[in-house]
Design a binder for this molecule. Structure first.
Ligand SMILES: [Cu+2]
Length: 168
């Protein structure tokens, strides 16, 4: 019994050791905007947001490919957090889809839910990811929602990037 308990405690310690806190910032101003904790589970990667000051409703939430939240110039326009690149897609699916689909960007996450007070507190699970797979990338929150499709708008229709954080 004691050995079983010790084993359980060690397993718990191993899981919590893999938790990583991502400092999020406003993509336009660079001001701190809260945190997202990521943690491995037996079923995938858990994202637990602690964010405030967002528009109520659903927001596109993705892992983007580059570890940068700098703005970038695209077609003559400045894009906040544009240096993060597009959705992390190591398998080159070139397809925006469901987080549990094999034929979608690996960085496609479940929608981030923001309550009427503008707070995001609900955890989401990405079954194909681990802390190790996303380290060295960027985490992004978009202004609009996400329909897990490239139709009618590319990349789920999330629009501008509002919050960004580097996953270290
Ligand atoms: Cu995105």
């Amino acid at each position: 019994m004691k050995a079983v308990l010790t084993g359980l405690m060690m397993a718990t310690a191993a899981l919590s050791a893999s938790a990583t806190t991502i400092d999020m910032m406003d993509a336009r101003t660079g001001e701190p905007a809260g945190t997202v904790v990521i943690e491995n589970s037996s079923y995938g990667l858990v994202f637990t947001p602690s964010l405030t000051g967002l528009q109520p409703g659903g927001h596109g939430f993705h892992v983007h490919e580059n570890p940068s939240c700098e703005s970038a110039v695209k077609n003559g326009d400045t894009v906040p957090a544009g240096a993060a690149g597009s959705h992390y897609d190591p398998q080159q699916t070139d397809n925006h889809g469901y987080p549990w689909s094999d034929d979608a960007h690996l960085g496609d996450l479940p929608l981030l839910y923001v309550n009427e007070e503008g707070d995001a507190r609900h955890s989401v699970l990405a079954p194909r990811l681990t802390v190790e797979k996303v380290t060295g990338r960027a985490l992004m929150v978009h202004e609009e929602g996400d329909n897990y499709s490239d139709e009618p708008a590319k990349l789920g229709g999330g629009g501008p990037r509002v919050l960004c954080g580097i996953i270290r």
